[in-house]
Structure formats: C-alpha cells, structure tokens
Design a protein around this ligand. Sequence first.
Ligand SMILES: Nc1ncnc2c1ncn2[C@@H]1O[C@H](COP(=O)(O)OP(=O)(O)OP(=O)(O)O)[C@@H](O)[C@H]1O
Ligand SMILES: [Mg+2]
Length: 578
Amino acid sequence: MIPRILRHTLRFPGRSLLSLVMAVICTSLVLVLPGITMRFIDVIIAQNRPDLILPTAGIGVAAILARQLLFSLRTFFNNILELKLTHLIRLELYSKLQRLPVKWFDVNSSGEIMSRVADDVPTMDRVIVEGIDQAFAAILQFLIVIGYMVWFSWRLTLVVLLPLPFIAAITWWWSRHSEKKWRASSEASSALNALLHDHLSGIRQIKAYTVEPEALHDFGQASLQVGEKHLTVMRGQAVVWPAVSFIAESGIILMVAFGAWWALHGQISPGVVISFLVAWGFLFDPISRINPLSQTFSKGVVAAKRVFAILDMPDESHLTEGLRPSTIQGEIRFEDVSFHYSEDSPAVSHLNLTARPGQTIALVGATGAGKSTVLNLLTRFYEPTSGRILLDGVPLEDLSKEWLRDQMGYVTQDNFLFNASLRENLKLAKSDATDEQIWSALQSANAADFVRALPEGLDTVAGERGIRFSGGEKQRLSIARALLKNPPLLLLDEATSALDNQTERMVQQALENLRSDRTCFVIAHRLSTVQKAHLICVLDQGKLVEQGTHQQLFAQGGVYRKLSEATLTTSTTKEPIP
Ligand SMILES: Nc1ncnc2c1ncn2[C@@H]1O[C@H](COP(=O)(O)OP(=O)(O)OP(=O)(O)O)[C@@H](O)[C@H]1O
Ligand SMILES: [Mg+2]
C-alpha cells in the first residue's frame, strides 16, 4: 500500500526530488554539532588553542543557521507538494465517482462517500509528504550519525545500537496491531458523517415527528463510538511509546558507562565520548519521531485503502465508448426484458413493448409496479438482468451511454434541483442556452410567471435539493429543463402529479406540443394525463398486464378500468372519461 501511495509523487518528479535533496542536505548538517564539540574538547582544550574558539564557533552557528533556513524552505515546498497531490487525487476520486454506476450509490451512503473525499484524501497524502520529508530524513539521519560514530569508535557504536532490536520489535508489532484499530476509528467517523448527513437531509421530518431526542441519542451514540474507537488506539500508544523511550534512554547510560570505562583505559579520547553524547540526540531523534510517523502512516494506509477501493472500482461500462449514430428515428423496443434490484424481487419481468417513432407510451399501474424502473432501464442507470432494449434496432448496450443520455430529456420523479441559481439549473440541459431560450422554455412549462415574480428572477438560488420551491414549481422547472434540451426521446416520470388541475392542463398542452414528433414515455397516476397516449401499458408487479389505447382498455374492463374508476372517484378532476 505504501509504495502505491508513494508512487503518486512521481507525478511531480521535480518537486519530489527537490524535497528529497533538501532533506539530504538538511540532515547532513546535523553532524556539525557533534563534530564541533569534539574539536572543542580534543583540539581547543586538549592542545590549548584559544585562537580557534571564534572560527570554530562561527562555523557551528553558520551551519545551524543554514540548517534552519533549509528547514523553513523544506516545510514551505512540502506543503505545496501536499496541496497539489491532494487536489489531484481528490479530482480523480470525484471524476471516478461520476463514472460509477447508479447502483453503487444505492448501497453507499452520501455521508460516507463525503468523508472519503474530504478526509481520507488529505490523510493519505500526509503519508506522501511526511514519508519523503520526515521518514526519509529520519532514516538518513540515522544512517549518517551511525556512519559518523563508526568512524570514531565502532565499539562504542555497538553499545549505542544495543537497544535498537528491542525498539524495532515493539514498533513493528504495534504498527501491525494498530492498523485494525485505526480502521475501526476511521469507519466510526464515516458512520458519524453519514448519520449527520442523513439527519440534516431529514431535518424537517425529525422536527415534524418531534423525534429530536431520539435523533440526538443516535447521534450521541455515533459520536461516542468515534471517541471510543479513537481511545483504543490512544490507550495502546500510551503504553507503547513510553516503553520505547525507556529502552532508548537507558541506552544513554549504557553508552556513557562504557565510554567512561574505555576513556579511563585510554582506548578512546574523552572528546569522542562527549561527541557521542551529542550525536546520540540526533540518533534517537528519528526514533522519537517513529511515534507520530507511525500514527500518520497507519492512518494514511487505512485512508488510502478506502480511497483506492473507490478508485479501483470498475467504471460504468460503455460510458463513452460505443456507437453514436448520427440520426435517430426514435423506435424503442423492449424484448423480453427482466430486471431485479436484489435477488428475490423482480422489479420488471418479461417486458415486451414497442414504441414507434413519435409515439407516446404511457406507463400506468399501482405504486411499486415498476414504472420508474422501466425508465431507469431506458437511461441505462441499471442494466436488464435478461432480455434487451433496442433503439432503432440497435441494442442499447452497443450504444455509448453518454450519447444515449444526450438524446433524452428525463423529468425524474423527485424533481431534483441543485443548490445553484435557476439559470444554472436550467442550463444543465443546454449549457449554451440564452436567457431568451430559457424564458421560452419556462413559458411553455407555465413557469415563467412565478419565476418573473421572484425578486432575483433567474438568479434565485434553489436551496438544497430545490427546497426553496414548492412541489409544483419544482415540477414545472424540471419540465422547462427538459423542454430546453429539446431531445428526440422524452421520459416523463409523474411530471404533472404535483400540479393543480388548471396548471396541469396548461403544462399538459405544452408537453403535448413537445411530444408531437418525438418518442415519449409518460408515467402518470392521474389517468387524465395519459388518455391521449398512443399506447397505454398497464404494469402490475413488474409484469405488463394490459396494453392498448384508452378506449380499448376501458372497454376491456380490466385493471386499467379499475384504476381509471379509482382515479375518477378520488381525483378532483372532472374530466369526462368515456
Ligand atoms: N434503488 C432500488 N433498490 C432496490 N429496490 C428498488 C429500488 N428502486 C425501486 N425498487 C423497488 O422496485 C420496485 C419497483 O419500483 P419503481 O420505482 O419502479 O415503482 P413505480 O411503479 O415507479 O412506483 P411509484 O408509482 O410509486 O413511483 C418496488 O418494489 C421498489 O421497492
Ligand atoms: Mg416511480
């Protein structure tokens, strides 16, 4: 995992190399202090050379200054590197999210995905920056200091190294052991995020059902979980690192004791012992950094696994590749199409259906009958489990999804608006639309009047999920959006359900104009909406049970007739049904 993370640095080879070089120079400069100390003792004091005090001290100060200056530069450059990497990976992750199939979003909560993009990416990138900067510098510093020590006394160096195997063993064990704990901690934070996102989206429901105390309790539980999981890691740290420090620091006493003994026997000079003492600080400085570094690494590896899990998901197939016919007639044929979201319950089964170019096909049926699912199959948000759908005789799976979706205007059942201005929301359908075209689409959707009445007009921001507008207003805006696109295929899912009868009639008229020469699938509960369709298909539990025109089906006296009669008695529509 770590090599894969570090490979990202290759995208900025110049900057990474610069970080590396600065780390090397900065680290080499640590030798100046022990070197100078030894010179003071063994040359200046032992040989009585007061004239050397000033130049030696000067060299020392200059080296320390250079080291600190380089350190500042290093910090500065490393932060830029981190920024660039984070931005790049975040962009990659977002673009990957756009290429994942709709199905994936059914099972992954938005809050959790958000925490991966927002938190996991920077956590993972800390590994890169600290990896180059701190870990590399630490290893280098360690080696340089050891080299220096071996040069002056290999025997004393061996004594210095004595505690190391113990420290290595403890650190290795802990880093393996703590990864699980870090993962649990990270998952708990994601769960907290997911819950918060869910609760904020449903804040109106929470208030309306006065379940604030329960919601608070759930949130409290999730928050406690985060704390507890974090605490299990910290408990381990609290024991492990003092133990490491104890072993390391006991080493000093050992070193000085042996040093003193050998100095007494004239085997090494006192300057070497003192110089080892100074160097020891630099030797164990990397070791003391193992703790924060291992934290960063363990957290980073967990985060990276979560990020790579998304990056490694297969893309939605045929998104860009596939046929892109230059003309389109608009014939759509379902050939024995079946589909189920989960194993046990088929949402659509053995559907056979043909829409000729320019025809309007109405899908009716009880709630949950599978109507929206049929449209989801047409847009290829989901792929049929068996059977196939053809557009102008070409199976949908041979077409590029991008091209296919470009041919469609889809008014979804939930009339989603983005938290952006109305203009931006409408321009989703046609990025180069002029205000004139926008107003004309709004006019046709019978939405121009209320938009004009808004103080900020087209610049009005829709609020999260379009909360600023009423259901009927959102519906008309969604219709305007589809009208603006002016596509060859039109999919309307309950596009007029939230309108009052008068508005519905007006919008209906606009939709009829729009439908005139294009193939259109309409879903409606209010059957008054679908009477003029060329073909009405009645779905029941995913099966096509009746099809024909309004007159035929009404005369047939089956499910459709029952549905129409029910609509007649419950709806306020007083339209005569023959
Ligand atoms: N994303 C999904 N994951 C799992 N099951 C789903 C999903 N969407 C719909 N279903 C199930 O598939 C069946 C058909 O749903 P569909 O949305 O097509 O019904 P519908 O006819 O459009 O109903 P309505 O008139 O209420 O909009 C339902 O039983 C529903 O519970
Ligand atoms: Mg539906």
